[in-house]
Write a protein that binds this ligand. Structure first.
Ligand code: TIU
Length: 230
């Protein structure tokens, strides 16, 4: 179990990082039907949602290992209250989407809490024991209880994955970096509607000696978790 896990080294870029596992949480960003499936928010913006499917399996593997080890698991969901009181007009009104935030769609109202589209995909569905953070913005710290949760559990390091790489993953990693957290972003556990943005989004994190954090693939994370308990 996690309490007896020894620190171990994750093979990462720009350099390996040693993680103290009891002080590490898995943070899964916005793996919601609204981004992943046809008819949701992502598709209304004109995106090819099939680009994101590749992240599900790697996240699932790390999620299983995290559950087996007793690691703190936190899922986030982007979305708004039914009365849209937490949705800035600038976010609702921008662009020319086929449906706007709050409009009825095939999975319920677009990006609204409690609707089918707002829920997390079945493959990665949270257990009752896991923490789910509802966030109105791109960053998971903005207007949420995430900071207090991490403090309560003594978390210093975050394994970050989810969608999309350059939007909510990057924004959250930048917020976390300013708050002093070490972020290891799981490269194959993130995805973007734009493959080139995925690539550059990861490069931006690990450039300049890891200006925002570290990048490792799921195999490297799983190997370090395995070593920590043997
Ligand atoms: N549009 C897009 O790439 N992303 C978002 O709007 N939210 C998240 O990344 N979760």
């Amino acid at each position: 179990m996690l309490n007896s896990a020894k620190p171990s080294v994750v093979s990462a870029e720009p350099e390996p990082i040693t993680l103290d596992w009891p002080a590490t949480a898995l943070l899964i960003i916005d793996m919601q039907r609204d981004f992943m499936e046809p008819g949701g928010f992502g598709e209304t913006l004109g995106n090819d949602v099939s680009q994101l499917a590749r992240a599900v399996k790697p996240i699932g593997a790390v999620l299983t290992a995290a559950r087996d080890s007793g690691m703190l698991v936190i899922h986030t969901r982007e979305g708004h209250l039914p009365d849209l009181s937490d949705a800035p007009p600038a976010k609702i009104e921008r662009g020319t989407p086929s449906l706007r935030i709050g409009d009825p769609g095939p999975m319920g109202r677009i990006l609204i809490r409690g609707e089918a589209g707002h829920d997390i995909v079945p493959e990665l569905y949270p257990l009752d024991s896991e923490i789910v953070i509802d966030k109105p913005g791109k960053g998971a710290f903005y207007a949420t209880e995430l900071g207090e949760v991490l403090e309560k559990y003594g978390i210093e390091n975050l394994l970050v994955c989810g969608v999309t790489t350059e939007v909510c993953v990057n924004t959250t990693v930048r917020e976390a970096n300013d708050r002093g957290y070490r972020c290891v972003v799981i490269s194959d556990g993130c995805a973007s509607y734009f493959p080139e943005f995925h690539e550059m989004g990861l490069k931006m994190i690990k450039a300049q000696g890891g200006i925002f954090g570290w990048v490792a693939d799921s195999a490297a994370v799983l190997e370090a978790m395995r070593v920590s308990t043997t």
